[in-house]
Design a protein. Structure first.
Length: 279
């Protein structure tokens, strides 16, 4: 006999489709959840990596602040002009030990409050450090009348208009390089540059003997600024910046995006508790 052929009823088909949709939805939900978790983890890892890099760089700048390259308790000779000098002239000598902090209402020279790209965000602190940096070059001669220091090798690639520091066991001098010459750029000039801000007010940096050392002089700062991708007052509109001299000109590099604020406190000499920067 011929067997009767049976199929799905409409109700059975609808139930099967419903179950299939439920299973497909569950699979899609798990996929989207895993993708979201992956993106969150990746973004968090990127933020943590950027934070570690920024804190390492900031810690290095702070730990080296005030360093002359030749030791402590040396007499400072700074021949640079600049009662109203640019931010990179803030060498913070004396009792500040190479560190100057700017409260959230105090202008950081060269980084004004504003809403433009790389402008300092209102209501945030800033910090500035200065120090001798690099490996240092050995001085082989100092022609004082000729206003020229001669190096064995120009290790740090010091160029014209760079800020340099030369030091020995007794003192260190900060000056602007006015010329570079000789084989391998080993003749470093320190002539008077006139009366302009940032120029050498005098060529008299003192006399340095053989085996003194010459370094590039760093002047760096950290602040929270507007990144201009979204309005500065909105979430994601601010970043942490490091500003430094590059080829004798200031350049601000964005280190961490999404940093809305930076507030700092310091333990100063003679104090018993941390204090905010002076207003």
């Amino acid at each position: 006999s011929i067997k009767k052929q049976k199929g799905f009823t409409l109700i059975e088909l609808m139930i099967a489709l419903l179950l299939g949709l439920i299973i497909a939805g569950a699979v899609a939900s798990v996929f989207l959840s895993n993708r979201l978790s992956y993106n969150v983890g990746e973004n968090l890892g990127r933020v943590q990596e950027n934070a570690r890099l920024a804190f390492d760089l900031m810690a290095r700048d702070i730990s080296e602040a005030g360093g002359s390259g030749c030791g402590e308790n040396l007499t400072e000779v700074n021949v640079l002009n600049g009662a109203n000098a640019a931010w990179w002239m803030t060498y913070a000598g004396g009792l500040s030990y190479g560190v100057v902090a700017f409260d959230d209402a105090v202008v950081y020279p060269g980084r004004p409050f504003g809403n433009g790209e790389r402008d300092r965000a209102a209501g945030t602190d800033a910090i500035h450090m200065s120090y001798a940096a690099g490996l240092g070059s050995v001085v082989t001669a100092h022609d004082f009348p000729g206003q020229t220091l001669t190096l064995d090798v120009n290790v740090d690639g010091i160029g014209t208009a760079d800020i340099a520091a030369v030091c020995d066991f007794a003192r260190y001098s900060i000056f602007r390089v006015t010329s570079v010459g000789g084989a391998g750029n080993t003749d470093i000039g320190h002539a008077s540059g006139g009366g302009g801000d940032g120029e050498n007010g005098t060529s008299d940096i003192g006399t340095y003997a053989i085996n003194a050392a010459l370094y590039r002089y760093n002047s760096v700062g950290w602040y929270v600024g507007c990144n201009n991708r979204v309005p500065c007052a909105q979430p994601g509109g601010r970043s942490l910046y490091r500003v430094a001299l590059v080829n004798a000109l200031p350049a601000a590099d964005e280190l961490i995006e999404g940093v809305d604020n930076m507030q700092m406190e310091f333990m100063v000499q003679g104090a018993n508790e941390y204090v905010a920067p002076a207003a």
